[in-house]
Write a protein that binds this ligand. Structure first.
Ligand code: PXG
Ligand code: PLP
Length: 454
């Protein structure tokens, strides 16, 4: 088929799809399939700060896709790097073999981190990064003769992807309840969200550092010497942008260090400039032992995830005969050449355009723009940090989540704005290339959305 015929075919497909035809076979993830397929919301093209629908409507992207495209969409250097790589080395195994880009990328990533970090393990998503980090933590203790450390501790309202490890340490009931008994030996910290004390806080809330002390109670219950790792998102994203209280993360670090327990930061959302530093590690000045990332690592252009390991972890595995495999874990696509090429080009764009620090420059304006919505109907909290923000709405009586879902539909159909909702919380995380006037535009459109909500 030539390009013209293919373009005609695609145009025909998308108008069929817009009428709700031909949509049955794709079992859509985390979607109300029947509702969507009755009135589909399709995106056909993207560039910079915008998506375009098949009919040609231009949508302002308030969410960087799904917290992914931090440098904006379809950036030429990234597109070209992927194209070149696909024609040069499409696939190469990384089990007992290697290709240069994977090593180069690992070195580049380590340079973005504090000097405490030594190695990068590659995978293909945030979920795989989390399961890899949990397995590395368990195996690390076993390597050191502390195989009794088998317990894992997560947090209520935590989101760590959808693998069995991730939903076990995760704290979102809906993501767990259909899937059996999950991993044994997992416990959870309380979450830190509290509107009574912290509603409309600007920046980090002052109240709540003491909630980290709950970890001591959990450790006493199980005996600290049985615990392998504690995993938290520095800022919980998926569950509605929960910003850690001042001092909270440092207390988790102090307690885990005291008991020889590994601390894992899940930076799938906070990584790659979202808070105004390369990682939340630098933003909060707290250094964990393992870090999980995905999404922004390739600007969302090719699936990729990774785990960063603090110096000393890898070394603990480098024992036994030289020809023996040290870690029995890996994915066919660990360090995939296309993902590596996309990631290297993405890191160049981040560096050349200063994007990993840009959220810090825009944070005050972003905060002010979102907080200006305080007088809108139904708003019970507004919170921002870096270039991430949430507007929490009062739930409609007897229908939790319905009001925010209506806001999402109205924003897309009536105001050409893509937002993300979870429960009754509107979450936003625009690409880091956003201009100050586009920030104002998001706030204005959101004001219109909120003013018409029942
Ligand atoms: N950890 C964290 C902290 C995440 O935010 C994952 C792990 C899993 O990544 P993958 O690539 O396996 O999806 C995530 C993903 C939302 C939303 O609406 C958030 C995510 C994914 C989909 C939707 O907030 N975060
Ligand atoms: N299932 C089968 C039958 C396989 O052969 C493999 C990999 O070889 C997998 C699952 C795992 O796939 P991946 O390495 O892409 O995670």
């Amino acid at each position: 088929m030539n390009d013209f015929a293919r373009a005609q075919d695609l145009a025909q497909d998308s108008s069929q799809h817009a009428r709700g035809e031909g949509l049955e076979a794709f079992w859509m993830p985390f979607t109300a399939n029947r509702h969507f397929k009755a009135a589909p919301r399709l995106l056909a093209r993207a560039e910079g700060m915008h998506y375009w629908t098949p009919e040609g409507r231009r949508i302002l992207d308030g969410t960087a896709g799904l917290w992914c495209s931090n440098a904006g969409h379809c950036r030429t250097p990234i597109v070209e790097a992927i194209q070149r790589q696909a024609a040069t080395l499409d696939f190469a195994p990384t089990f007992q073999m290697g290709h240069p880009l994977a090593f180069e990328l690992a070195n580049r990533l380590i340079e973005l981190l504090p000097s405490d970090f030594g190695q990068v393990f590659f995978c293909n998503s945030g979920s795989e990064a989390v399961d890899s980090a949990l397995k590395i933590a368990l195996a690390y203790h076993r390597m050191r003769g502390e195989g009794q450390r088998t317990r894992l501790i997560g947090r209520e309202r935590g989101y760590h992807g959808v693998g069995f490890g991730g939903i076990s340490v995760g704290g979102i009931p809906g993501n767990r309840k259909h899937f059996g008994a999950l991993l044994p030996g997992v416990d959870h910290l309380p979450h830190t969200h509290n509107l009574e004390h912290n509603a409309f806080s600007e920046g980090q809330p002052q109240w709540g550092a003491h909630l980290a002390d709950e970890l001591e109670k959990i450790l006493t219950l199980h005996d600290p010497s049985t615990v392998a790792a504690v995993i938290v998102e520095p800022v919980a994203g998926s569950t509605g942008v929960l910003i850690p209280p001042v001092g909270y993360l440092q207390r988790l670090r102090d307690i885990t260090s005291k008991h020889g327990i590994l601390l894992i930061f899940d930076e799938v959302i906070t990584g790659f400039g979202r808070l105004g530093s390369p990682f939340a590690i630098q933003h909060f000045g707290v250094t964990p032992d393992l870090v999980t990332v995905a999404k922004g690592i390739t600007n969302g252009a090719v699936p990729m995830g990774a785990v960063f390991a603090r110096k000393g972890l890898y070394e603990a595995f480098m024992q036994g005969p030289e020809k023996s495999i040290e870690l029995f874990h890996g994915y066919t696509y660990s360090g995939h050449p296309l993902a590596c090429a996309a990631a290297l080009a993405t890191l160049d764009v981040y560096r050349d355009e200063g994007l990993l620090g840009r959220a810090a420059e825009l944070a005050a304006h972003w905060q002010q723009a979102l907080h200006s919505l305080r007088d809108c109907p139904h708003v019970i909290d507004i919170r921002t940090i870096g270039l991430v923000g949430a507007v929490e709405l009062a739930p409609r009586a007897g229908a939790p989540g319905a009001r925010a879902f209506d806001a999402f539909i109205s924003a897309f159909h009536d105001h050409d704005l893509l937002i993300r909702v979870t429960g009754d919380i509107i979450a936003m995380s625009p690409p880091l290339i956003i201009s100050a006037s586009q920030i104002d535009e998001i706030a204005e459109r959101l004001r219109c959305v909120l003013s018409t909500l029942a």
